[in-house]
Design a binder for this molecule. Structure first.
Ligand SMILES: [Zn+2]
Length: 264
């Protein structure tokens, strides 16, 4: 199978002698049957159908490569925008340890949540319990799984989220609405460290704006808190908790000792 220029170049360069046809011969291609081969100065032409096929395969391969590159870039972009802290980057639903029944149950809920994320639009989760019990690990595992399905996620501490809104009060580069929009837009928002500090009324109001905005736009939120549920309800208020539990939202209590404590 020779490689030839296209028909137009053949015609164009004919006058120069390079593509001058010196003879023809009836030949047979194993795949395509009879064809007329042409003799040029440098050799015989091959089967045009074979050439076309090779070209088609090359185009397909190139398209597949472009698609793969595009998907990789899209995933990378989603991961970058998720802002998962480097120390949690390797956490996934696959490497969550389940030595205790409670851990196994929490993992089951997390997996089911991630698996049904697209169907259960706007359903939220509350993870509460002691420090180091793996709440953040599971939440990040969920985020990573849904991003594989090209859904967007954002990880933020409540402090960071509230600050991003409050900053707009001084800084006019970005409006308060836009700051709120950034927190409402992702398909999944993970709000970490809920209730770490005793929140001022302003902070609670902003937190309500975020959670309510997400609720109204049918976007899912995972709240992570070291507080027990009664304290968390006290902190957030019934209204916010109702929003989060509506439509099948689950509360998962992580009531086992921390990894760190057990390791020590
Ligand atoms: Zn052929």
């Amino acid at each position: 199978m020779g490689t030839l220029g296209s028909k137009t170049t053949t015609r164009g360069l004919g006058q120069m002698g390079v593509f001058e046809v010196l003879g023809t011969e009836e030949r047979a291609c194993e795949a395509h049957g009879a064809y007329v081969a042409k003799k040029y100065r440098y050799g015989w032409s091959g089967c045009m159908a074979c050439l076309d096929e090779a070209q088609r395969l090359e185009n397909e391969q190139r398209a597949r490569q472009q698609q793969a590159d595009w998907e990789r870039a899209r995933l990378q972009n989603l991961f970058n925008r998720a802002a998962i802290p480097p120390r949690f980057e390797d956490r996934s639903l696959e490497n969550y340890a389940t030595e205790l029944d409670g851990q196994a149950k929490a993992l089951r809920i997390a997996k089911q949540y991630a698996d049904t994320f697209d169907e259960n639009e706007g359903v939220s989760l509350i993870f509460c319990g002691g420090v180091g019990s793996g709440k953040t690990h599971l939440a990040i595992g969920i985020a990573k799984q849904i991003m594989q399905g090209y859904r967007s996620a954002l990880f933020m501490s409540v402090m960071g989220a509230v600050r991003s809104v409050k900053e707009t009060w001084r800084d006019s580069d970005i409006s308060e609405r836009k700051a709120l929009q950034n927190l409402i837009e992702p398909d999944l928002l993970i709000l970490d460290e809920v209730g770490v500090q005793f929140g001022s009324d302003t902070e609670k109001l902003i937190l309500f704006e975020i959670i309510n905005g997400r609720y109204e736009n049918r976007r899912s939120t995972i709240l992570i808190s070291n507080l027990a549920m009664d304290k968390l309800t006290e902190y957030l208020g019934e209204r916010v908790v109702d929003r989060l539990r509506e439509g099948g939202g689950k509360l998962v209590v992580f009531d086992w000792p921390s990894y760190r404590k057990r390791a020590a």
